[in-house]
Design a binder for this molecule. Structure first.
Ligand SMILES: Cc1ncc(COP(=O)(O)O)c(C=O)c1O
Length: 391
């Protein structure tokens, strides 16, 4: 049996029992509310675990031709699942292929709707439109769909009313890791005030992703009741598009310390890189929790960067040339040494889908830890993959 120490680092390890834990919460929410849940592939598209995931979910939603195809081809293990297509903009060259895979297609703008609705209708693919309520629950401007001058969806109710004959539903995504039911509910009130009159004429409303209902203290029953009441009031099928909620906490990135230095504080360089393997840490200026050192589980959140209080804090750094390639600064019981293995948590969402070959840093393998704790190497990447990604 493969043990962790047999594996070359770096690798992402996906934990199937942790996936099941999250997904059983998603499933319960759907059972209580009548909503349907579609995995947002933009967050997590590691299709090697889709056979574990698909029994809990109704299908997938996508942001591109490649994702809609992946959802259609790999999600469901032979069982009928829904495949939603959405993109900020489709091209003329790809729309016919998108429609081959789509069970519903959601256009981002009136222009896209007008350009492609006839093709969709000719193929009996129900059509939707993305709406932008111009308010959101997002603490990051870069991830705020309602930011000023946002291109993400149409907002003018009178113009939306004119295209109601063309669409059967709408999609609204305006939450980002929102763990407050009160904030979600207030936002839904706001959406109802702005768009409620048209919802009565639709068959379905997708409320997007970004609702952090898997948090241990989240009032799941209240959320379910709110969604059910919404669905009954307007006579619509509600869809949710959870990404992060499906996979939160279900993977770690396992690395090895390659070198240590001292420059005012102890520094450890690991065989990975946030820019290449956990890009959102860089984009959102966040740090990764350390969840394991040399196979021993721990829960170390990073301390404030550059805090000069603790001269002994260790800064764990990536091996790319980017000066700010830093996983975080930690209070460790023991100093790290070359050869130590360090695993970072929260490594499932928006990581594997964003990994890249910056500096040619070795691409982490993908390893699956199944229900019996057996480790299976799902995929390794090498020089040929690096070379093939360029030309
Ligand atoms: C349209 C849409 N649906 C769903 C999601 C998934 O969001 P999350 O992973 O936060 O649940 C996103 C994320 O950006 C999105 O843009």
């Amino acid at each position: 049996m493969t043990t962790a120490t047999d594996l070359n680092t770096p690798y992402y390890q996906i934990d199937v029992p942790a996936l099941r834990h999250n997904l059983s919460i998603v499933q319960r929410l759907c059972e209580l509310s009548g909503a349907k849940a579609l995995l947002a592939l933009k967050c997590f598209a590691t299709w090697g675990v889709f056979d574990f995931m698909s029994p809990y979910l109704h299908g997938t939603t996508s942001s591109s031709l490649n994702e809609v195809r992946l959802g259609k081809e790999t999600f469901g293990n032979g069982h009928a699942k829904e495949t939603h297509a959405y993109s900020v903009a489709y091209s003329q060259a790809e729309i016919d292929e998108v429609l081959q895979y789509a069970d519903k297609i959601i256009f981002n703008s009136f222009n896209q709707l007008n350009a492609f609705k006839a093709k969709a209708q000719a193929q009996n693919v129900p059509v939707g439109l993305r709406l932008n309520p111009q308010t959101s629950n997002s603490s990051f401007l870069i991830a705020d769909p309602a930011r000023p001058f946002s291109r993400l969806g149409e907002h003018d109710i009178s113009k939306v009313s004119e295209v109601l004959g063309d669409i059967t539903g709408v999609m609204i995504h305006n939450n980002c890791e929102n763990n407050s039911f009160a904030a979600f509910s207030a936002s839904l009130n706001d959406i109802e005030t702005k768009f409620g009159e048209i919802f009565h004429q639709l068959e379905w409303v997708s409320l997007g992703g970004g609702i952090h209902f898997i948090a241990p203290d989240y009032p799941l029953e209240q959320l379910a009741a709110r969604l059910k009441a919404f669905s009954e009031k307007y006579g619509v099928q509600v869809y949710l598009e959870p990404g992060e909620a499906c996979i939160h906490g279900a993977a770690k990135l396992v690395t090895t310390v390659l070198d240590t230095l001292h420059n005012g504080k102890p520094l450890a360089v690991v065989d990975s890189s946030i820019e290449a393997h956990m890009l959102d840490l860089l984009i959102y200026r966040e740090t990764a929790p350390v969840v394991e050192i040399n196979g021993e589980a721990c829960q170390l959140t990073a301390v404030a960067a550059d805090s000069d209080v603790e001269q002994q804090n260790t800064i764990i750094c990536g091996k790319s040339c980017l000066a700010g390639d830093i996983f975080g600064e930690y209070q460790l019981a023991q100093p790290l040494k070359t050869g130590d293995r360090v695993a970072f948590g929260n490594a499932a969402g928006y990581t594997m889908v964003k990994k890249n070959w910056f500096n040619g840093v070795a691409m982490p393998a993908i390893v699956i830890c199944n229900d019996d704790g057996v480790l299976q190497v799902q995929k390794t990447f090498g020089y040929e993959d690096f070379k093939a990604s360029l030309s």
